[in-house]
Design a protein around this ligand. Sequence first.
Ligand code: NI
Length: 268
Amino acid sequence: MSGRANPTLVDTHAHLDFAQFDADREQVLARAWAAGLVAIVNAGADLPSSRAGVELSARHERVFAAVGVHPHDARDLTAEALAELETLARAPKVVAIGEIGLDFYRDLSPRPTQRASFEAQLALAARLRKPVIVHDRDAHGEIMGILREWAGTSPLAERGVLHCFSGSLEMALEAVELGFLISIAGPITYANARKLPEIAAALPLDKLLIETDCPYLAPHPHRGQRNEPAYVALVAEAVARARGIPVAEVARATTANAARLFGLGKRP
Ligand code: NI
């Protein structure tokens, strides 16, 4: 990595509120800024985590928050919880609703409950004119079916992002058609990665975001350890290698894409 010459980067998906960062959160943030990050979007996993993300964004100028209930906790999205989510979503630095979606890999909430929770939060996002951060694990067909129906109800031209993308190139291209960006995470750096470099190379550069999903999915050579926002630089390098272009170009484009999707430059 090229040190201080690093161009600006945005980690569009982090879980800095998680307990894994309790001991050294400030140092983790300091390393992120030192690595050239200009913004981090903290994704909400449930209501307490969404609250914590909003608080974190109030304390740190370059931290923004998404609020939402993850499919694992879909059963917790009661009417009261949805009302609180809406209140949280109106906080000044909340830039998206997320992460929301379907997880048919772990199936921690019943699938009909996951669908209902996802659809209720998509409707909230459309009503509040916010983009969404979508989690999709082993639910590609169903996710696309729901997004196809929902897309026309969002007033935004760019409606959200499929985070930590794991689908096919065909799916990515259809999502782009529907007004979504595609976010690439650490797995693109793994030795056995085939599909992700191909997707990162094939999509228009103005449709790509990069993220860590920290504390999970640390990129090579940190695989298996705790991940942190500074490592998003390794994802940018992998995207640059896949496309055969300078990392500075990837950094510039993905930072501009994040700023545009999440409105990072125009907060009150
Ligand atoms: Ni996540």
